[in-house]
Design a protein around this ligand. Sequence first.
Ligand SMILES: [Zn+2]
Length: 483
Amino acid sequence: MEKYYITTPIYYINDKPHIGHAYTTIVADALARYNRQKGRDVLFLTGTDENSQKNISAAEKHYGKENLSKEDVQKYLNDMAGVWRETWKKLNLTNDDFIRTTEERHVKAVKKFLKLVWDKDDIYKGSYEGYYCEACEAFIKESDLEDGKCPDHKQEPKKIKEENYFFRLSKYREKLLDYIEKNPDFIMPKSRKNEVVSYIKDFMEDVSITREGLKWGITVPEIPGQALYVWFDALINYLSAIGFVDNEKKFAKYWPVDLHLVGKDIIKFHCALWPAMLLSAELPLPRQVFAHGFFTIDGAKMSKTLGNVVNPVEVAKKYGNDTLRYYLLREIPFGEDGDFSIARLEERYNSDLANGLGNLVSRTFALAEKHFDTLPELQEVDLSGFWKKYEESIGELKLHNALALVWEEISKCDIIIDKEKPWELAKTDKDKLEKILGDLLFRIKEITRALEAFLPETSEKILGLYEGKGSIKENPLFPRLDK
Ligand SMILES: [Zn+2]
């Protein structure tokens, strides 16, 4: 059986998930469901990045004291990891695994990986002096600062001077460029490729992979007294979850990964550092890294200070999981920046879900229930043109396109209803009515199949109607919103 391995980034857990985290994870879920539907053996991985100083600072803030004991930190991490895990469950996401970088399977994998790189002589001791942005968990060049601050986080980086261990990243410059050239789909969307190539060509330097005096983080015997830099540790999660240390068969099956989904801010880590690490360890490189854009909330940057951080669980509770999925996947072309707005979500709900899909299903099944004892026989229609374009869109990760195509098919059904006026046929020509309804029921079933990955709860309800489960009158798909 063909396999499909897809990952989200592992998330810092200094706070609960916001809409941006939910977006990446929902996209991964839709792709995982789609590939399962295609009969592939899917492994959908998400998880939490726990060895970051950010988490420790959050724990200190949470307990209101510094110098926390290991137990206190671990308790905080356990609680927060639980919140993240539960959030994905509440949103009905189907991740097959959830990796935490404080787990033993990960720590072991990091040690094994580090040894491979160490034995390759790709790690050396040096000293580093420069700026470090704690929010990025990354060193930052003086030339990249804006008014002395990190351009992404608007905060002043720390000036650091310490003895560190370095990874020979620059040694892999040519090999990386070669891989990118020979694999045109490795970095997606294509617009991001130039950015990465120019970084690798002109700016990429060896990178410090340890930090002095870290109280939290993975340590390795090769490098006593220093903990590993969080990115070097975190990236390895993609291997540790699939049995890198203890399950050779599983590892051979799923690696290399088919798709890493990332935010555009971490594309360099995934398209330069990570493949270079893999080259050093002599492991195959990822097939594709896809970077999505960022959100604004009603046109403004999402921030705690502005108080406009959107909690995905609350939105889903009010409007339904499928509504949230539909809005995010339809409204924002995947890969581009987008805006989240409850007003737009309600518009989409009313026009596309309640009046579009919901109304079509309810009209058709209501007529069938009213005029026939059993559901009219489905009348097959050739929809191969639709399916071809739909598959192509998903193959290119143009998920918004795939959904637009489905809604074109919904409109076609509405046109048939307006033209044939089945409520009049009920009085004049019952045979024709049966045929028309059979045609519509066939189309709706195909539409539902195309929506299974996107709107899983709705699809299940609609398919249930074909098996006589439930009545559309008592249980509408998308009830009108109360004003
Ligand atoms: Zn920063």
